[in-house]
Design a protein around this ligand. Structure first.
Ligand code: SAH
Length: 240
């Protein structure tokens, strides 16, 4: 069910750049069609694959926005770390879940802040992901990457993946959601990342398995000029 859709040109997107300023602007104007108020059904469905029988995990949410899945995992007893450039997004997250939090500077990163739930199990860094390293945030047992790799500018993909690999613990699992559509018809984000590229980006460091492809086509995608839109879920296993 998960054969690669080869032959699509991704060259049309490779030079596209969305600046941090543009992301902040999207949050300010409420242009956040990517946010899923009810959370993502694929995480619900494949949670067991991510957890793999383990409890009390450290789970990382790159480019987290105000993803409600962070609350789900914290409520299950895991410890959640996210990173997001928009402080507004992070404040909305805490407000919408009525979670009290405190703010502190991050000594290693000038200008960055850490917003942490008072209960202590959700720590959200307000800075660029490229400012993080394992010496600042530690390593993770699990990752939920949805709207993250696909939101990274194509020219920064290798850098993003190299960084993510340094944040993975031995025997960790990484759920990755990508999207598939005709990249000649929409400039992104989200950007189309073909399976062949997932393999070349991560392949040397982990086992990759495509778990599911789901039709996610909606009116929004029709307005973008598309005639199909799929979500593709992978599990990446960072074997010891
Ligand atoms: N993962 C979230 C948000 C997806 S949209 C979800 O599933 O809802 C991508 C998010 O990445 C935006 O909120 C944007 O502000 C943030 N972002 C973009 N570039 C970033 C960077 N370099 N570092 C951290 N966050 C970034």
């Amino acid at each position: 069910a998960c054969g690669a859709r080869e032959g699509s040109s991704v060259g049309s997107q490779k030079d596209r750049v969305v600046t941090e300023e543009e992301w902040l602007q999207k949050w300010e104007s409420g242009n956040i069609g990517f946010h899923k108020e009810q959370g993502h059904p694929l995480l619900q469905q494949y949670l067991d694959v991510l957890l793999n029988g383990r409890s009390g995990l450290r789970v990382f949410f790159p480019l987290c926005g105000k993803a409600v899945e962070m609350k789900w995992l914290a409520d299950m007893g895991h410890s959640v770390v996210g990173v997001e450039v928009s402080e507004q997004a992070l404040k909305e997250f805490f407000a919408e879940h009525s979670l009290p939090y405190c703010e502190e500077p991050v000594p290693e990163i000038p200008g960055a802040k850490k917003l942490q739930s008072i209960s202590g199990n959700i720590s959200l860094y307000c800075c660029s992901i490229y400012d993080l390293s394992s010496s600042i945030v530690g390593k993770f047992d699990g990752v939920w990457d949805r709207g993250a790799l696909v939101a990274v500018n194509p020219r920064d993909r290798q850098r993003y993946v190299s960084l993510m690999i340094t944040l993975m613990e031995k025997n960790s699992s990484y759920l990755l959601v990508t999207v598939s559509y005709d990249p000649n018809k929409h400039k992104g984000p989200p950007f189309y990342v073909p399976e062949s590229e997932i393999k070349s980006l991560f392949g040397n460091h982990c086992e990759i398995k495509c778990l599911q492809k789901v039709d996610d086509f909606s009116d929004k995608h029709r307005k973008w000029g598309l005639d199909y839109f799929l979500e593709v879920l992978y599990i990446l296993k960072f074997v010891a």
